[in-house]
Design a binder for this molecule. Structure first.
Ligand SMILES: Nc1ncnc2c1ncn2[C@@H]1O[C@H](COP(=O)(O)OP(=O)(O)OP(=O)(O)O)[C@@H](O)[C@H]1O
Ligand SMILES: [Mg+2]
Length: 462
């Protein structure tokens, strides 16, 4: 896999996120440093720790979006979690180590999916053979001594097909069936399949902090205690093919290797996005829940710095996991974090509030831009939606005004406004089939001006 250089990473991020250049730059560098580290001679390699990042900025300006897109680009295992979800070790709730477990779980799934993809051709081939066997049970090998001949297996669904024919005829029938199967001409037929079931009863296991490890063992224990059961089910051929292919794929995949690769991937390229770090950033020694916030920060220290976490797949070292934290830091400041934690996030980037011009661009430019989304949605109803330039200007302006007057929720404001603006069109779309609807500034004004003027109303609706 060719790693992206920082400029390319920023260019890729530009396709989805408007502005916020500094933040993009910082994460692009962090990503490249990953690769650089892997090229460094081994003695030094393990010494180089990732430079964790804090993204500071108001709500809805793209913090999460940047991290999410970055992980996609890097094809790294990526976990997003709110820092405020954790509780101090010893208290009831999720302890911080659980994020490493979750990340590992994700990575295992990622690698397993990839491996399944790799053996897909093979598993489909095997599935086809198995289905053919069911459709046309293979003839007994050789007529052994008469009388001691085992009764041939009963074909469950050999309707129509001449079972147990002569080997030559058998072969040609099988091939005929095969081509029928491939052409989908047997799609309506049902066959009976033995399906393996993991019969683990659903048990809600309450995990208290500190008990998570036990939780893991309990699950494994249950998995082994209840034996695999097979169950007969009647399935249509396409469904049966898919089911059998899945089973065959599972047999072809070496789960030990998957686990090993997954752990390696987490250790070498995992990214954990710690959202709402500011929510645990208070240093007042008060009473109540605040006390444990500092505890959570303390618990975070070893994980961020590098420690070993026991997961059900084995030990995972967090030394080189990249942590990207984010928060609005309106009330609390990064300096309110305990000093040890501040030091573990050496890179600070600030994201700026979004201006009217940014909103115009956000509405139109990104690959997943809101306007594009709405047009595509209406297209499915046969309605062609178009937006005039002045309409987009006006929407951006309204978003800016409402953000200033009520709460600044950043680009999320565009969602509420667009929803309101297009409510009627959206509702009536099925009857508007074939029409072209043009949204201009006048239409935007007609739908929204009253709302914007009335401050109370806009507080609730926009
Ligand atoms: N600069 C931007 N360019 C394009 N889209 C953006 C931008 N900022 C925000 N958005 C859009 O707004 C929405 C919210 O953004 P995001 O989730 O990144 O907010 P956030 O900064 O993480 O806020 P919070 O602090 O509330 O978590 C997303 O749908 C995102 O696509
Ligand atoms: Mg966010």
């Amino acid at each position: 896999m060719k790693p992206l250089n920082p400029k390319e990473t920023v260019q890729e991020l530009d396709k989805f996120i408007v502005g916020q250049h500094n933040a993009k730059k910082a994460v692009a560098i962090a990503l490249r440093n990953r690769w650089r580290r892997q090229q460094v001679a081994e003695e030094l390699r393990d010494e180089i720790a990732p430079k964790n990042i804090i993204m500071i900025g108001p709500t809805g300006v793209g913090k999460t979006e940047i991290a999410r897109r970055l992980a996609k680009l890097a094809q790294s295992p990526f976990l997003k979690i709110e820092a405020s979800k954790f509780t101090e070790v010893g208290y009831v709730g999720r302890d911080v180590e659980s994020m490493v477990r979750d990340l590992t779980e994700l990575a295992v799934k990622q690698v397993r999916d990839e491996e399944t993809q790799q053996v897909q051709a093979k598993s489909q081939e095997l599935a086809e053979e198995r289905i053919l066997d069911l459709l046309l049970p293979p003839a007994p090998r050789k007529p052994v001594e008469a009388g001691r001949l085992n009764p041939p297996p009963e074909g469950p669904a050999d309707q129509g097909a001449p079972a147990h024919a002569e080997p030559g005829a058998q072969n040609s029938t099988r091939e005929k069936l095969r081509s029928m199967l491939r052409e989908g001409r047997l799609n309506d037929r049902e066959i009976e399949l033995e399906i393996t079931q993991h019969n683990v009863p659903v048990v809600e296991i309450f995990s208290a902090a500190g008990l998570e490890e036990m939780d893991i063992n309990i699950k494994d224990m249950f998995g082994n205690m209840f034996p695999k059961k097979t169950k007969k089910r009647k399935l249509k051929i396409p469904e049966a093919l898919a089911t059998v292919a899945k089973e065959e794929a599972q047999k072809l995949i070496d789960m030990d290797r998957v686990t090993q690769m997954a752990i390696q991937r987490v250790e070498q390229s995992g990214i954990i996005f710690l959202d709402e770090l500011d929510k645990i950033a208070s240093r007042e020694h008060g009473h109540g829940p605040d006390v444990s916030r500092e505890g959570v920060q303390r618990d975070l220290l070893p994980i961020v710095e590098g420690s070993t976490v026991t997961t059900k797949y084995g030990m995972v070292k967090t030394d080189h996991v990249l942590f990207i934290a984010s928060g609005a830091f309106h009330v609390a400041k990064p300096s309110d974090l305990i000093p040890e934690l501040q030091g573990r996030f050496p890179i600070r980037v600030e994201l700026s509030s979004l201006s009217k011009q940014d909103f115009v661009r956000i509405l139109t430019e990104p690959q997943n831009a809101l306007i594009k989304q709405y047009c595509a949605m209406m297209e499915t109803e046969g309605v062609r939606l178009t937006f005039q330039g002045d309409a987009i200007e006006k929407i951006a302006e309204i978003a800016t005004t409402v953000n200033q007057r009520t709460e600044n929720i950043g680009a999320r404001r565009l969602h509420t406004i667009m929803e309101r603006l297009l409510e009627e069109v959206s509702f009536n779309a099925p009857e508007l089939d074939g029409q072209q609807i043009m949204i201009d500034a006048a239409y935007v004004g007609q739908r929204l001006d009253e709302l914007v003027k009335d401050e109370d109303l806009s507080r609730y609706i926009l």
